[in-house]
Ligand binder design. Sequence first.
Ligand code: SPQ
Length: 428
Amino acid sequence: MEINKLTGSLKGEIRVPGDKSISHRSIILGSISEGKTHINNFLMGEDCLNTIKCFRKLGVKIDINDSEVIVDGVGIKGLKKSIEPLYAGNSGTTMRLLTGLLSGQSFETIISGDESLSKRPMDRITKPLSLMGADISCSNGIYPPIIINQVNKLTGLKYKQKKASAQVKSSILLAGLYTDEDIEILQPEISRDHTERMMKYFGIDIRIEGKKIYMRGKREKLTGKKVFVPGDISSAAFYIVAASIIKDSHIVIKDVGINDTRTGIIDVMMNMGGSIKIHNKRTINEEDVGDIEIKYSNLKSIEIGGDIIPRIIDEIPIIALAANFAEGSTVIRDAEELKVKETNRIDAVCCELNKMGADIIPSDDGMIINGGKNLTGSSVSSRGDHRIAMMLAVAGYLAEGKTSIDNFESVNVSNPNFMKIFNSLCHI
Ligand code: SPQ
């Protein structure tokens, strides 16, 4: 992909594709519900389509129409053994949540992934699931493929998470649907809570008290529902930052998910001096939704760390770009999790943006971005990571000259229309 410096500003109103995390969960819970689940604004990105393919292999009928996905739920005990291994592609969420769900079944399952996913650690889920009686093995005890053997029953679990992770707690909660004993999870910091909210919406008795999550005793059945998937704030983040740093921009992003556990990007940008307002706030199927208005503004550096990190974990690459255009040095710490995403995102952000003239120093748990640097178009690589590809595209629009981004197609994981939406905002 080749990108030239944008000469004008960003103006207008857009919608971003459906939330990736919520889309995955709507297929998972819809599949084990009784009755049909109708999903609107489902994310037709590669990761979520891989989740659909996995459930079809497990015997669930899922139809994709123009405007909705219809899941014909088989009930909590209705999944069937897949004759082939399941393939999660690039999606950590698919692999980790399905491992939890499938660890209490009366059949064996193998789940594999692409080259990037095959290097991501799975012991963070296999350890707590084993404490529940699951019989799971993987390469070196850590990496995919995952082999889940059949077990007679799972037990309850009282678990203190060492690191905040929505995928780990969701994996435990989904396995917890296959025991009648209590599940209690204590989080070090609160991570995204879409699984908890959607379980409640589908009829599960689940309670959240601050950092604690309780799922008590005997499980109720899940009932098929209508689900509207709000726009993905992690996809919106690229346009939020672009409009904040491209002079004279003024845009509105409609119908975006603004669940508190995901809005760290808005808090960070406002702390940096960004001009952001939220309008038309409402709640749909237990998720908060609103329209986000963003205007260009002069940004200043800040320090980012602690409990905000899980609320911005996927937005850090684009926040680093915002910090490059801010006055002063921005410090990001407590974000070592970035090293085990689709690529090592600390390394990718620092190396690729520095090739364009940024001054970013990597650290063991984050980076220091010395702001106020002009960028120059260069040859850079997404490293096959959708979030790095989109961040580099925004950088390319701000850099002098031409930027060429290798392996840009990785954007198909979460926003296949990234360029089309961006171009619709460009005003010369
Ligand atoms: O699904 P995957 O590949 O792990 O996707 C990423 C992303 O950037 O899209 C992370 F690489 O998002 C994760 C996120 O980082 C999606 C997610 C979820 O849906 O539960 C939770 C976060 O990961 P974690 O490990 O912090 O729970």
